[in-house]
Design a protein around this ligand. Structure first.
Ligand code: FES
Ligand SMILES: [Fe+2]
Length: 308
């Protein structure tokens, strides 16, 4: 994010972001409390935002520090305040705490992705609720159908388990899919983690990785613009090639492939009804949907989304 004012839609609200002189990111709701003009049309002045309409100046905490019509010497009533959001920059993402102001700002990060990885990022916009987009990345039985020409080659239609574990806000899924030779599908307690061919990890509320190897990961962050639109930031992390120019090239080739794979999902996920998934959906789930069931349960018990 450059040192300009950026306006983004999150959870149906316009939010402005900017960096101060120390490079710290600030986030405020984009509505001026005076006569409700769009602060996204404003200017950054001395690390504050100036409303484009009557010039009220708000600092990074959302407090009005100047009301020009009162003059510089006026004491300002603290009611002249814009809603501010807690934000933290971490791993080249800006994390925003949308709900509970008292929530911890500790960030759990994806296992094994350290700073020795290089990465490239791509953005896709889907007309789906974020719950559907996330569930799709936890769905271990769609691969031989939706991705039969790419990551689902090999007709591994039998889904043993999967083994699913939830620790705090971290969900791990061990994948153990096989070709159907007439054998019986195994339950999660009949397989071992070591026999599994892959692992998915999801961190609530909204990011995920596919642990392909110690040196290659695909991660995704699911960012709700509103109830019907989700931005998916896909990031490829690799550390098998370290030389800068070559690693950039490799990252972009892997990214191109992943973009194609993600696009294979888009139509079918967009077609699902109802648009918002919930624990009470009238879906007839099967054993392989265990990660989705756990995802819904967690969300049902923990999500406190302010719809006002
Ligand atoms: S509407 Fe923002 S200063 Fe008047
Ligand atoms: Fe998929």
């Amino acid at each position: 994010m450059s040192k300009k004012l950026v306006k983004e839609l999150r959870f149906s609200k316009d939010i402005i972001f900017w960096r101060d002189n120390k490079n710290k990111v600030h986030a405020l709701e984009a509505i001026c409390p005076h006569r409700r003009a769009d602060l996204g049309l404003g200017k950054i002045i001395n690390d504050c935002i100036q409303c484009p309409y009557h010039g009220f100046l708000f600092n990074g905490d959302g407090d009005a520090v100047l009301i020009p019509s009162f003059g510089k010497s006026a004491t300002i009533n603290p009611n002249y305040k814009v809603k501010s959001y807690k934000v933290k920059e971490y791993k080249n993402f800006i994390f925003l705490w949308y709900g509970d102001d008292n929530a911890t700002d500790e960030i759990s990060w994806l296992e094994g992705i350290d700073d020795l990885f290089s990465f490239s990022t791509m953005k896709a916009v889907w007309n789906v609720n974020y719950t559907r987009a996330i569930e799709n990345q936890l769905d271990v039985s769609h691969l031989p159908f939706v991705h039969r020409t790419t990551i689902g080659r090999g007709k591994k239609t039998i889904v043993n388990g999967p083994i699913v574990e939830l620790n705090g806000n971290i969900l791990n899924v061990w994948v153990c899919n096989e070709i159907d030779k007439g054998q019986k599908t195994k339950k999660s307690n009949e397989i071992k983690k070591e026999e599994c061919t892959g692992r998915l990890q999801f961190i609530f509320p909204n990011y995920w990785q596919n642990i392909i190897s110690n040196k290659l990961r695909v991660m995704a962050a699911f960012v709700p613009e509103n109830d019907e639109t989700t931005i998916i930031y896909i990031r490829v992390y690799q550390k098998f090639v370290r030389f800068p120019i070559i690693s950039t090239l490799i990252n972009s080739i892997i990214m191109r492939f992943n973009k194609f794979v993600l696009n294979q999902d888009k139509n079918v996920v967009t077609s699902q009804i109802p648009k918002v998934s919930d624990i009470y959906n009238r879906e007839l789930l099967v054993q392989s949907d265990a990660p989705i069931i756990l995802f819904r349960k967690y969300l049902h018990e923990n999500a406190k989304i302010d719809k006002n």
